[in-house]
Design a protein around this ligand. Sequence first.
Ligand SMILES: C[S@@+](CC[C@H](N)C(=O)[O-])C[C@H]1O[C@@H](n2cnc3c(N)ncnc32)[C@H](O)[C@@H]1O
Length: 401
Amino acid sequence: MQNHQRENFYMVSTSYPSANIELLLQKFVFVLYLLIGATLNKIHRSEYMSAEMEELESLAAKVGGDAAGALGVLLAYIGDQAGVYRALDELGPVTIAQLAKETTLDERYLQEFLSANAGHGYVNYHPGDETFDMSTAQAAVFAREGQPTCMQGFFQAIVSQYATHETALETFKSGQGRAWGDHDQCCFCGTDRFFRPGYEANILEHWIPSLSGVEQKLIAGGKVADIGCGHGTSTIMMAKAFPNATFHGFDFHAPSVEAATNNAKAEGVSNVQFFESAAKEMPDNQYDFACIFDALHDMGDPVGAATRIFEVLGDDATLMLVEPMAEDSLQANLEKNPMSSTYYSFSTLVCVPTSKAQEVGLQLGAQAGQARLTGVLEQAGFTKVRRASSNAANMVLEVKA
Ligand SMILES: C[S@@+](CC[C@H](N)C(=O)[O-])C[C@H]1O[C@@H](n2cnc3c(N)ncnc32)[C@H](O)[C@@H]1O
């Protein structure tokens, strides 16, 4: 209360007893009002604070987990490249000294590495005899290359982005494109390893059979184009399964074409050839079947690429478009697509910059969604687009003239 009010009250109270009571009452009501107001305010404030605190606590816990995971992923990559997980899987429970002897790795580094891994839950520690081992599930995720559960390719693809973080930042700040070939070498191997288990589990068993009449055609023979084939994993897989058909893989990234050619040679597959070519410039061989695995959205001019594919397909041919699983809007992705944050992240770092670096630069992004993709295909001249198959990671569109 202000001094002059206090004075007034005192003066009034001494001079006029009845008015004094009235004023006392007024003061009491006023103080009560203040108290109630303050209490209400306090309640609101504490409710507000507790909701905020709850959000803060859960966000901090989640992000803390993410940050720990970022370190875990790097360690998992190191353990993969240094052969630690494979050795641990093969040897069973081992002491650090035994593991160091078997892997010829430094004992002290292994001790720290395994302690971190035990903390992350990637390996098990047995305090009784001070040994480490991996459960079947841990081995399936970290050690067993070739199994669909092995996530080392995923880790490698992530680590490749950290490897060139300064370029990623410059690209992001400049708004300019970044060529596919400008990424760390680890990105190309990581992408191949990342997609391979999904392709091994799906291309021959689910995706091709989901297309009408394609499997029968390929068993009999025919010409196939795999556009944006990268290291040729999908092309070689199909070439091995359909020895009567001829396979051509196209990619504009020369080192990938070289890797694909070497991979085919190493696997002794003779009905496959790889060519360095932009999608828009592929030759007109009147293909019976064309496919694009996780590459259309990376292209600068997907309409131009699809138009060329339309031109080089023979009568009644099919295009199989495999793209990352995505809903048709950000909101739907946030609500229904658990992979969307991963895809949007890769898209920020790789897919959008790759498209931006090419002519037209449409920048579909890795979460384009079926409606947008259908629009692109229709612009190219295709009239029939059908979702033939899908899983958590990919959608498969059957596309026809
Ligand atoms: C994400 S990778 C997928 C590679 C492979 N299909 C796979 O699934 O492992 C995208 C590929 O598209 C290729 N690419 C991007 N734009 C291209 C274009 N305009 N013409 C041909 N290839 C292109 C890149 O070189 C890269 O190999």
